[in-house]
Write a protein that binds this ligand. Structure first.
Ligand SMILES: Cc1cc2nc3c(=O)[nH]c(=O)nc-3n(C[C@H](O)[C@H](O)[C@H](O)COP(=O)(O)OP(=O)(O)OC[C@H]3O[C@@H](n4cnc5c(N)ncnc54)[C@H](O)[C@@H]3O)c2cc1C
Length: 390
């Protein structure tokens, strides 16, 4: 009998396993893959990660970025660069293996390469069954099995269709062979309600495109083809190895993230920022909070519901503001791009949000006020009709 079983050992599951084991709890973490394993991802982590990690990740960082070259439908190139880093680019196989090694160092028991096929909350305990037939029991279960993971889907009824769909490709191109450094490439308008990206790493470019599943309507491959054949930075490169994945963004009306003895964290709980699709930071942050609540619960100090309270106070408001920003930007990418061309400082201030130095809510209010005070009439009319309280 364990104290906690953690299903999935990406950033969320590894972090939870480590924090729980460090507190002296008996923890079992299980992942269907053997690490290091590939994960389809841009792999750009905002610098605010440093506020929540207590160990050095610099060995996994392949590029420190200070901003981006922006384009609209692969044209109208504009650089907006800060004098300080905004994000760190990692390859997920290396980064996730590092996090898992920290969980092992903390003495979490780890099973790799075996899928969890069943999990149940039996009232006074939880149980899981693995694909090889083994079963284990624990006091608590943490669902960290990622996008469309069965814990979130089956035990919490989270809707896997509330997601962005994506295509990515890793394109070999060593840093030495690139005429640029320290920046990303972001394209607006190349996909409905989303964006295209090129994130440089040490030996490759992580290239991708993601858009709202309903609005993309099954045409994600077409949008990807258009993006990669028209973007200047991708000319002549081989993008034949592609992979599709979903990004389970936060949505209003999702079920609470605690049910009985089970908690969901990271992608498994749809805890992904709906503007950028940033999920690594939130996977780690929600894992740390869930672990701390479980530790306090076992110590008789807190109800498990404290995790849900924390999400509603600290995370959901950020995501709601990010959702409003997404409506503004992705419903009107051309207008948004024109605004940025006239006033690039908007993006420089948004970098402070990414760094965790300003909240998304106040940034959003500031952008709205700016838009209202300038003669961008179409957007202003739209803002007044759709976003301002009546
Ligand atoms: C195309 C794309 C680009 C992205 N780009 C970025 C980015 O640049 N920056 C950013 O911050 N976020 C990005 N994200 C989001 C980010 O990848 C996720 O938010 C992050 O991986 C969440 O971590 P996690 O630990 O919750 O889930 P995951 O990293 O998905 O880990 C889940 C783990 O659970 C395991 N698992 C699943 N089912 C089972 C099972 N039944 N039994 C046992 N194990 C199981 C899996 O093998 C996996 O290791 C991107 C996502 C996509 C799809």
């Amino acid at each position: 009998m364990y104290d906690v079983i953690v299903v999935g050992l990406g950033p969320a599951g590894s972090t939870a396993s480590r924090d729980l084991a460090k507190a002296g709890l008996r923890v079992l973490g299980v992942d269907k893959e053997k690490f290091p394993r590939y994960k389809s991802c841009g792999g750009c982590i905002s610098t605010k990660i440093e506020r929540i990690l207590d160990f050095d990740i610099s060995g996994a960082i392949e590029e420190r970025v200070k901003g981006a070259t922006y384009t609209y439908k692969s044209g109208r190139t504009m650089d907006i660069l800060s004098d300080r880093p905004v994000g760190y680019n990692v390859m997920r196989d290396t980064f996730d293996a590092l996090l898992l090694s920290k969980a092992k160092e903390a003495c979490a028991e780890i099973i790799e390469g075996v899928r969890v096929v069943k999990a149940a909350d039996n009232g006074s305990s939880v149980s899981v069954t693995l694909a090889d037939g083994r079963s284990f029991g624990a006091k608590f279960l943490v669902g960290a099995d990622g996008s469309s993971g069965f814990v979130g889907r089956e035990l919490f009824g989270l809707n896997p269709k509330e997601a962005a769909v994506s295509i990515t490709a890793e394109v070999p191109l060593p840093r030495k062979a690139r005429p640029y450094s320290d920046k990303l490439f972001i394209d607006f308008g190349s996909v409905p309600y989303g964006y295209g990206w090129i994130f440089p790493k040490e030996n490759c470019l992580s290239v991708g495109i993601a858009g709202d599943a309903c609005k993309v309507g099954g045409k994600i491959k077409d949008y990807f083809n258009e993006f990669v054949t028209t973007h200047e930075a991708l000319k002549g490169l081989d993008l034949s190895q592609r992979i599709g994945w979903t990004v389970p963004i936060y949505y209003d009306g999702a079920a609470p993230s605690v049910r009985g003895r089970v908690l969901v964290i990271g992608d498994s709980g749809h805890l992904v920022d709906p503007f950028l699709g940033e999920g690594i930071y939130y996977a780690i942050r929600t894992a740390k909070s869930a672990a701390s609540v479980i530790i306090d619960n076992i110590g008789g100090k807190k109800e498990l519901a404290a995790y849900q309270d924390w999400l509603e106070k600290e995370i959901h408001p950020e995501f709601k503001s990010a959702g409003k920003l997404a409506d503004l930007v992705y419903n009107h990418p051309r207008l948004w791009y024109s605004i940025l061309e006239k006033d690039p400082d908007i993006m420089l201030r948004f970098y402070d949000v990414i760094r965790g130095e300003e909240e998304c809510a106040s940034f959003y209010e500031w952008v709205l006020a700016k838009v209202k005070s300038k003669p961008w009439k179409i957007l202003r009319r739209w803002v007044e009709s759709r976003l301002l309280p009546s």
